[in-house]
Design a protein around this ligand. Structure first.
Ligand SMILES: Nc1nc2c(ncn2[C@@H]2O[C@H](COP(=O)(O)OP(=O)(O)OP(=O)(O)O)[C@@H](O)[C@H]2O)c(=O)[nH]1
Length: 709
């Protein structure tokens, strides 16, 4: 069967922003205006427990009012199929944004018109840069008191470094926000009311001023400048087309279709970032935003295909987005709910039908395609086939995890993998009810499978199950979700920092393992050099033995033993990272040597060498940004210094102040409580992992004492 809708009529977009900028509200309006939903339920209402928005369907989302789970929803607009992924704003869930960006073709970045560019917007913006995702900026909440389009645009230009192209400017702000000037079409839109079905009147640009009755606040200065702003837009956009640009300069004329093509080309290549405005809550600007998604964001493949890699991750080719190629898809999210496993995939090429068999190339396992569903948040619709460019979920796949490549078994190919950060914080987890041990481990396994920024370990000494993640909230939410989604209740221990250890200097060391027990004995000797490596270089083993002084068959035992032992360092039992272990010499005995003897010798050699190397303890350092009223700035900075932090930037944004800096995670537990009391509940902060750093010499014991409590 041929394709029903050409690829050019598809848009796979993400909605990304800082927490509370209005992503969920905007997604809800998109669903309303595209006719998928007939009643608007506001986030305001759900926080009061009055209803449920389509994307915030999980209980704890309603409770916390933040979108934890990103959900993919499908909508139709002017003949286009728009797949929207709503992503959470909280930094502990960056992973959600990360994996969405990997499979999307374009993004709408939502700003709170009052707050402007916020820390998480910056983080997400940089991620979108990394994945080269074309963007449109939508300055939301123009109806709020204090909204300033000018301030927001300044932030987009200066803090994000974007070549912002003003395609719209607001007409009025806060309760005077009545519409917008569309600089591309050269007209203004004035809404009759805030009602969701309110219509707008289209007014010529030069009549706008006369129609507006409100005063000249700073953010209304635009209104006097509309003709100039339009000229700026024309010149910036048409500069991408030599002929059109020349015509504009010589005659003042241009073809509106060419103007849109230029904006589209500039957006797709990342040279331009169109800026729009509106108020999703007051139902203004969402239809225009949808128009811009269709007009300016790329269709699947317009911006190139997806990289294919070899087993070491080296790029070996590109898969073009087309139906006429073997099936290739990337799993970007796995959700377990009461109906089983949903594996969300982006199809890059080919056609996949119900009943097909695919190869999970990453794991070398076959997967049968049972049911295929298109997802409209908590509502799913079954479909028979999916094609290049589609986003869908496969039901009941067994072995596929986030980041895995699926392909036609006759044409396997690995697609570029997603990168996930290592977790920096851990908690011990035990079942509330003693009989639930098995249920808990299977639930934890499911959670970890669905979220690659979680890790599960067993503490060697205590035998406790340890869950590792990206932040306190991340772990709390995971435990909460196990309860609500899988019905397993668990108790969490105290959150602990994932410290690491490293060799302090290069050490050469020999260890002889000799044991005589009755008959046969044990004998092995190894001489090894341990060298500290660059951050991120990992554990590298090299066999440099000459003349068979350690027989070949025992070398894997040495390597295995060093790697296993590096999981528990000599400073305080943390993983030892980034070193090179060189096996340079050794001795053996014809009768008494064995793999086990060499394993023991290597283990002891590693332990003693690490102790001799003046080992270092490393701790995760977080990037922190705090926003508060200016009066509290001094207290907040003083506190950062007390927590062994450093301030990298500080300043004022309107009546509020901000401070940025770096702080050790070990000093940051419960920071929210400090901030609440120090700022009378008005301060907010975001924090994310930045890098590992040596713990200062005098602090190691103190920290370890604190950890032991
Ligand atoms: N005044 C005003 N409030 C808005 C607007 N859009 C959203 N809000 C409100 O802002 C709050 C946050 O909106 P959400 O849509 O939940 O924001 P979000 O970005 O999805 O938040 P997270 O999912 O928690 O990251 C809610 O109380 C919304 O009603 C707007 O245009 N104007």
């Amino acid at each position: 069967m041929a394709r029903k809708k050409p690829l050019t009529l598809y848009r796979n977009i993400g909605i990304i922003a800082h927490i509370d900028a209005g992503k969920t509200t905007t997604t809800e309006r998109i669903l309303y205006y595209t006719g998928r939903k007939h009643q608007i339920i506001d986030v305001h209402d759900t926080k009061d427990g009055k209803g449920s928005t389509t994307t915030d369907y999980m209980e704890q989302e309603r409770k916390r009012g933040i979108t934890i789970q990103s959900a993919a929803v499908t909508a139709e607009w002017k003949g286009h199929q728009i797949n929207v992924i709503d992503t959470p704003g909280h930094v502990d869930f960056t992973i959600e944004v990360n994996r969405s960006l990997r499979v999307l073709d374009g993004a709408v970045v939502v700003f709170d018109g009052v707050a402007g560019v916020e820390p998480q917007t910056e983080t997400n913006w940089r991620l979108a840069d990394q994945y080269k995702v074309p963007r449109i900026c939508y300055v939301n909440k123009m109806d709020r008191i204090g909204a300033s389009f000018a301030h927001c645009v300044k932030g987009i230009r200066e803090r994000l470094g974007a070549n912002a192209l003003l395609c719209q400017v607001p007409l009025g702000s806060s309760d005077e926000f009545v519409g917008m000037a569309d600089l591309v079409a050269g007209v203004g839109y004035l809404w009759a009311s805030d009602d969701k079905d309110s219509v707008w009147e289209t007014v010529p640009l030069d009549e706008i001023k006369a129609r507006l009755t409100f005063g000249a606040s700073a953010d209304n200065a635009w209104i006097a400048d509309l003709p100039k702003l339009r000229q700026d837009l024309l010149e910036t956009a048409l500069a991408l087309d030599d002929d059109a640009f020349e015509r504009l300069l010589n005659t003042g004329e241009f073809d509106p279709a060419v103007l849109k093509q230029c904006i589209r080309r500039g957006t797709v290549t990342g040279e331009l970032v169109p800026v729009l405005c509106g108020s999703s809550y007051k139902n203004k600007g969402v239809q225009q935003l949808l128009d811009a998604v269709v007009d300016y964001l790329p269709y699947p493949g317009e911006n190139g295909g997806i990289a294919m890699v070899d087993e070491d991750g080296n790029v070996i080719g590109e898969q073009v987005v087309t139906d006429d190629a073997p099936a290739r898809a990337l799993a970007f999210k796995v959700i377990n709910d009461q109906f089983g496993t949903l594996t969300f995939c982006r199809i890059y090429s080919g056609v996949i039908k119900k009943g097909d068999t695919l190869l999970n190339v990453t794991r070398g396992k076959k997967e049968r395609v049972g049911r295929i569903v298109e997802v409209q948040a908590d509502d799913t619709r079954e479909i028979d086939e999916v094609r290049a460019g589609d986003i869908c979920a496969f039901v009941s796949m067994k072995d596929t995890e986030t980041g895995d490549s699926l392909a036609d078994p006759a044409h396997p190919a690995l697609l570029e993998r997603m990168r996930f950060p290592d977790p920096v914080i851990s908690v011990s987890v035990e079942p509330k009810n003693r009989n639930d041990v098995d249920k808990l481990s299977s639930a934890l396994y499911k959670m970890v499978k669905a979220d690659p920024s979680l890790k599960l370990e067993v503490d060697q000494e205590t035998g406790q199950t340890v869950l590792k993640g990206m932040g306190e909230l991340h772990l709390e939410v995971t435990i909460d979700r196990m309860r609500t989604e899988l019905g397993v209740e668990a108790n969490m221990g105290k959150p602990r920092v994932s410290f690491r250890e490293a060799f302090g200097k290069t050490v050469e060391h020999t260890y002889t393992h000799k044991k005589q027990t009755g008959g046969s004995g044990q004998f092995a000797e190894v001489t090894m050099i341990f060298e500290p490596g660059e951050p991120g270089s990992g554990v590298v083993f090299s066999d440099e033995v000459v003349g068979g002084r350690v027989p070949r068959e025992y070398i894997p035992a040495v390597e295995h033993s060093v790697k296993a032992e590096s999981q528990e360092g000599q400073v305080a039992g943390y993983e030892v990272v980034d070193f090179k272990a060189r096996l340079i010499d050794g001795k053996y005995h014809d009768v008494d040597s064995s793999a086990l003897a060499f394993e023991i010798a290597a283990r002891q050699c590693f332990r003693e060498a690490q102790k001799l190397s003046k080992p270092k303890l490393l701790e995760p350092i977080m990037h922190l940004e705090v926003v508060m009223e200016a009066d509290y700035l001094g207290d907040v900075i003083g506190d950062i210094n007390r927590r062994r932090g450093t301030v990298s930037d500080q300043g004022h944004k309107g009546s509020s102040a901000f401070v940025q800096g770096f702080v050790p995670l070990a000093e940051m537990f419960g920071y929210i409580n400090f901030l609440r009391s120090a700022t009378r509940g008005r301060g907010t902060f975001t924090m994310e992992f930045d890098h590992y750093e040596d713990v200062p010499a005098g602090m190691v014991e103190k920290l370890m004492e604190k950890e032991a409590k």
